[in-house]
Design a binder for this molecule. Structure first.
Ligand SMILES: [Fe+2]
Length: 185
C-alpha cells in the first residue's frame, strides 16, 4: 500500500523513512492536488493479461517500456548511481515507474518547497509530472525492480536544480499555481 508523508529535515541516511515528529501523512488525492503526481494500483500477478496496464498505456500513449533492477549486485557504479538518483532534478518528460518487486522512495517538492516522500512497493505505479523537482532513493532493503515507460524514444536525462528556465518547468509552475485537475474518465 503506497503511503506519502512530509519529510523531516534531518541529513541522516537517505534510506530511512524521515518522518516528521509527529508524522504528517498526505493522502494520494492531496498529493495529486499539491504536486500533480498520479498513482495507479496494478496487480503484479495479472497485469500482463488483465488489461489494466494495457488500457493505461494506450490512453497515455506509452509506447516504450523496459525493466530495471536497482540493487548493489545489479547496478553498475551502484554508489554513484544512487547518489545521482538522489540529487534533486527534473525531466522534460513524465517519469513513469511500475514497481514489480522490492520498494523505494520518490521524493517530490510541493509548492512551498517542502519534500513529500512517497513510499512505493510491488503493484504501485507512479507518474511524476514533467518539470517537477524530485529525487529517488532505495529504502533500507536496498532493492527495487520496476518497469519504466515512455512516450516515444526514451530520454532519461536529469536536469539538476536549478533548472527554472526550462519550458517544462515554467509550464509545471503554471499548473501548480492554477491547480491540478484530474482528467475526466
Ligand atoms: Fe528523475
Amino acid at each position: 500500500m503506497v503511503q506519502a508523508w512530509f519529510m523531516d529535515n534531518e541529513t541522516t541516511d537517505q534510506r530511512l523513512e524521515h518522518h516528521r515528529n509527529p508524522p504528517e501523512f498526505i493522502s494520494l488525492e492531496d498529493l495529486f492536488k499539491k504536486t500533480g503526481v498520479e498513482y495507479f494500483k496494478l496487480n503484479v500477478d495479472t497485469f500482463a493479461t488483465d488489461g489494466v496496464l494495457d488500457k493505461l498505456k494506450a490512453e497515455r500513449g506509452y509506447t516504450y517500456e523496459d525493466e530495471m533492477v536497482c540493487s548493489k549486485e545489479c547496478l553498475p557504479n551502484y554508489e554513484e548511481k544512487i547518489k545521482s538518483f538522489f540529487t534533486e532534478h527534473l525531466h522534460t518528460d513524465e517519469e513513469i515507474r511500475f514497481v514489480l518487486d522490492g520498494s523505494g522512495y520518490f521524493d517530490v517538492r510541493d509548492a512551498s518547497d517542502q519534500w513529500i516522500r512517497i513510499a512505493v512497493s510491488a503493484g504501485d505505479m507512479i507518474v511524476i509530472p514533467r518539470g517537477i523537482y524530485h529525487r529517488f532513493t532505495l529504502d533500507t532493503k536496498n532493492y527495487i525492480k520496476a518497469k519504466r515507460f515512455f512516450i516515444g524514444e526514451p530520454v532519461w536525462l536529469p536536469y539538476n536544480r536549478p533548472a527554472d528556465d526550462l519550458d517544462c518547468r515554467k509550464e509545471y509552475v503554471e499548473k501548480l499555481n492554477k491547480g491540478f485537475v484530474a482528467p475526466a474518465c
